[in-house]
Design a protein around this ligand. Structure first.
Ligand code: NAD
Length: 679
């Protein structure tokens, strides 16, 4: 049965799409729409058409199951043209979300009405694409050039209210959408000529003489768009809309769409879209495992991580009890949390009431016994096994039966921590990334004895606090930090051999990382893991720490920082590096960009392959999710595993061998067999 059905209300033909869950514009929907428009055209008794979605939304976009396959006709560009060329006025009645192809259907309609809660957008850019069914040509004609640029190049949807203000929505509807949409259709049924979006000119005409808008927009977003191909293609397509007649503009849109669709970036971004969804699935759990109920969370430690972790739960409306050792540390920690919330409020992201509401859910205490009523307790104290074991031993006495006991440890063995309790099945690692209230990644560390329902709870909870969770096995540094290690070791060796911190960092930022290894060290703290003995100087890091260069927090690390935290190369650091070179008898040499890539990026791929081989990650795509969400790996390169495939595994293996690294067996095997890592 077709997902598209038609019915009459007086002389209005109501075309209803029923393709749950999101009315995706799959083949059957497209065919049904074409047939419905033909029905309207043919029948003299029909004076107007309303297109509406059944269920939770209007068309929320393309059918993702058709991605990467050859699409069956009719394709969307043809369908939207048929809608626009209908001889009777077509009204799109929007609720939920009109996204991507959904908005293109609405744009091809002659009128758009929407409920105030609806959202409208063209998020194709997030998949490395552009709205390729006339969207880039119709949107500026209807919504105006500035809004079209913003919507298409960033992919961020707008509210129906805003859409109404700019003329993208003709009327906001309170009450029954279908009923009011039909009434609207009755009002406009005799108006001719039909307002066809592709024929409109009044909103684009002024920009033919006002070209600066395009460059200004690019400049204003330069940082956000850096490295991505799709935003500039979206902008270019809108420039064509302004400069050329519709029929020509749409041909350029098609050409740009094909260029993007056949490029590596869109493949990477679509791969990543599915990778993120796959990450939520845990292999090997008994069917139907139910999560435990989490009503109250306990957090131990109100330092850098404890505060941020708590904020996630408070923001989601989950009460938190936070424990510290001393009153001043507790006050400092909760003070930082409030300040962070207030900063969000100052940026308009929260109201003052929401700040008070979130902070009102927080119970600060110095007494561990107060955690007795918590369903989940997350430990975020110093990274020290003895301290952690002592705390888990105490928690074993305090926590109620069935409470989940989690550690935010970065490197320590979760099984060893679990063994300090009588209930290792309730223990799990919940590794948040700094700043914990911002970073989207959560590594869920599965201990040898972690119970299935604890894992299911962790994954579900991650969603509640808007994190993307990835399951990792117990190994040093889990997935993310473990892969960071070879990168850091090689980066430091390269310094000794002749490279500078700036040179190495530059290779990484040019690659698309938000920062290089040394910028990252300065941000996180050069002193992390330092033995704290200024007299014991065994490596460059020790020397920096001994000199008080602990990173950004001290205004000096691998770089010097000014009051605005702007970095500059440090002559002191150059001197320290020089001292080490002469002490070790190393003659500095010219280091090439290729060598930096091979030694700091190929080695990460190699470690990723070992992680897979050992079963410490469930799948290659999980590793990619960790790197994109935990460390800002550029999504247009898919993640380290996907990137390795695009580089060619042969090339990676050859590079590793040339530099004298032992190649992971899995990587060598896949390369030899001509296979890929990520698929
Ligand atoms: P931190 O030093 O900023 O905070 C630790 C806090 O725990 C301090 O305020 C301390 O007073 C408190 N504390 C120590 N022992 C306690 C006890 N017995 N009872 C109550 N409070 C106690 O450290 P952090 O950076 O927040 O790191 C905490 C944990 O998170 C570590 O295991 C670390 O490896 C991990 N982690 C850190 C980062 C990061 O980037 N900082 C990222 C991920 C994970």
């Amino acid at each position: 049965m077709s997902p598209i059905s038609t019915k009459r209300h007086g002389d209005v033909l109501i075309v209803t799409s029923n393709n749950p869950p999101v009315n995706a514009l799959g083949h059957a929907v497209r065919t049904g729409l074409v047939a419905a428009i033909a029905e309207a055209d043919k029948d003299d008794a029909v004076k107007a058409v309303v297109i509406i979605g059944q269920g939770q939304t209007f068309f929320a976009g393309a059918d993702i199951t058709e991605f990467g396959k050859s699409m069956q006709l009719p394709m969307l560009p043809e369908v939207v043209d048929i809608i626009e060329n209908c001889t009777k006025p077509v009204v799109s009645a929007i609720h939920g979300t009109a996204l991507g192809g959904g908005l293109e259907v609405a744009l091809a309609s002659h009128y758009r009405v929407a409920v105030p809660s609806a959202k409208l957008g063209v998020p194709e850019v997030k998949l490395g694409l552009l709205p390729g069914a006339g969207g880039t040509q119709r949107l500026p004609r209807v919504a105006g050039v500035p809004k079209a640029l913003e919507m298409a190049a960033t992919g961020t949807p707008i509210t129906a209210k805003e859409a109404h203000e700019i003329g993208l929505v003709d009327r906001l509807i309170e009450g029954d959408l279908e009923q009011h949409a039909v009434a609207f259709a009755e009002e406009v049924k005799d108006i001719r000529p039909l307002p066809r979006s592709s024929e409109r000119d009044e909103k684009i005409a002024p920009y033919r003489a006002h070209r600066a808008i395009f460059n200004d927009f690019k400049l204003a977003n330069a940082r956000k768009f850096y490295g991505f191909e799709a935003p500039s293609a979206n902008i270019r397509a809108i420039e064509y809309a302004v400069d050329l007649p519709y029929a020509e503009g749409v041909m350029h849109e098609r050409r740009l769409f094909m260029e993007l669709a056949t490029g590596v970036q869109s493949r990477a971004q679509q791969y990543f879209f599915f990778a993120e969804r796959k990450a939520a699935k845990i292999e090997g759990l008994p069917e139907g495992t139910q999560p435990r109920d989490i009503k109250r969370v306990g957090v131990i430690g109100a330092g850098t991580m404890g505060g941020g972790i708590s904020m996630n739960f408070l923001s989601a409306g989950i009460p938190v009890t936070i424990v510290e050792m001393a009153q001043d540390a507790l006050d400092r920690g909760t003070g930082v949390m409030r300040k962070n919330y207030e900063a969000s409020a100052a940026k308009g992201r929260m109201t003052a009431e929401q700040v008070d509401g979130a902070m009102g859910l927080l119970t600060p205490t110095l007494n561990l016994d107060d955690l007795a009523d918590c369903d989940l307790i997350i430990e975020a104290v110093f990274e020290n096994m003895d301290v952690k074991k002592e705390i888990f031993g105490k928690l074993d006495q305090i926590a109620k039966p069935g409470a989940i006991l989690a550690s935010n440890t970065s490197y320590l063995n979760v099984d060893e921590i679990a063994a300090s309790t009588s209930r290792p099945q309730d223990v799990v690692g919940l590794h948040f990334f700094s700043p914990a209230n911002v970073m989207k990644l959560l590594e869920v560390v599965r201990g040898a004895k972690t119970a299935p329902d604890v894992l299911v709870t962790a994954m579900q909870l991650a969603k509640r606090i808007r994190k993307v969770a990835v399951v990792a096995g117990v190994c040093h540094g889990f997935i993310g930090n473990r892969m960071l290690m070879p990168r850091q070791i090689e980066a430091t060796k390269l310094l000794l051999e002749g490279a500078t911190p700036e040179q190495i960092d530059k290779v990484h930022t040019k690659f698309g990382m938000p920062m290089g290894p040394f910028q990252m060290a300065d941000l996180a703290g050069v002193d992390i893991g330092w033995h704290r003995d200024p007299a014991r100087i065994e490596n460059i890091r020790d020397a920096l720490c001994a000199a008080g260069r602990w990173g950004q927090k001290k205004g000096a690390g691998f770089y010097d920082y000014d009051e605005k935290r702007k970095k500059s190369p440090s002559p002191v650091v150059a001197g320290i590096i020089e001292d080490f070179r002469s002490k070790e008898g190393i003659e500095p040499r010219e280091i090439s960009e290729d060598e930096i890539v091979e030694r700091t990026l190929y080695t990460m791929v190699n470690e990723g392959a070992k992680i897979l081989e050992e079963g410490m990650a469930q799948r290659a795509s999980d590793i990619d999710v960790v790197w994109v969400y935990g460390y800002g790996w550029p999504v247009y390169r898919g993640g380290p595993m996907f990137w390795a495939d695009t580089e060619g595994l042969d090339k990676i293996v050859a590079g590793l061998e040339r530099r004298g690294f032992e190649v992971a067996r899995l990587l060598a095997d896949k390369a030899a067999a001509g296979e890929t890592l990520s698929r």
